[in-house]
Design a protein around this ligand. Structure first.
Ligand code: SF4
Length: 221
């Protein structure tokens, strides 16, 4: 059993070494065996690759979606399609009704109030100790050092089954499983977040907060 509280760094390093060459299914199986119902999946519904992989192994895995109030209609439609296909154990998390927004308070306060704080509160409320995330090294330079397992800022274990997947790996899996993807991926967007902070881009996350130095929303720190 992986023990996250004692000698966390050593335990994490050991588990990461064991999973260094593991495929996505193996990492998922390890996490479900280790954390049971104490792990959830977080997704932004850019695609449904991780939803498909995890739901195939354990259909009851909780799927957490952060509804910031600024998602593209295409993102919400992708969520609805996934919910219909997999009958997800879906938990839609929303910020306070008076949460800061990007227009009046800027992106850092907005992400903090609409992503980071609601997710932390929800994961604590539901008692999740770990979460599946779709982080990949191929997402871009800010994610180049992503490991199969990481510790998030709250001490939870973040499990990244797709860590070693290339863009082609993702595309091949989507095609082979005939998965739903966010239609914006076929309409000039390589990465999809909230509409005020996302522009079309050819690759990676270059279209996210493109007029700022910001590259991450704070969820993955
Ligand atoms: S991505 Fe933009 S709109 Fe979405 S929470 Fe962050 S700052 Fe707000």
């Amino acid at each position: 059993m992986f023990v996250a509280t004692d000698n966390k760094t050593g335990a994490l390093d050991k588990a990461n070494r064991a999973l260094a060459n593991a495929g996505a299914e193996e990492i998922i199986a390890w996490a479900l065996h280790t954390f049971g119902s104490k792990i959830c999946l977080t997704t932004s519904f850019a695609d449904t690759v991780l939803v498909d992989l995890v739901s195939t192994v354990e259909p009851d895995t909780a799927v957490v979606f952060l509804d910031t109030g600024f998602h593209f209609a295409e993102t919400l439609a992708t969520m609805r399609k996934a919910h219909a296909r997999y009958r997800l154990n879906l938990k839609v998390i929303r910020p306070d009704h008076n949460a800061a927004d990007v227009w009046t308070r800027g992106s850092h306060a907005c992400c903090s109030a609409r992503k980071v704080a609601p997710l932390d509160a929800a994961l604590t409320h539901y008692g999740f100790e770990a979460l599946f995330s779709g982080l990949r090294r191929a997402d871009g330079p800010s994610r180049a050092n992503t490991q199969p397992l990481m510790v998030d800022r709250m001490g939870r274990i973040k499990v990244n089954p797709l860590v070693g997947w290339s863009d082609d790996d993702v595309a091949d899996y989507i095609a082979s499983r005939e998965l739903d993807i966010n239609p914006l991926l076929n309409n000039g967007y390589s990465s999809i977040g909230c509409w005020p902070c996302t522009e079309p881009s050819a690759s990676g996350r270059n279209g996210r907060w493109s007029d700022e130095t910001k590259t991450e929303c704070g969820l993955h720190q």
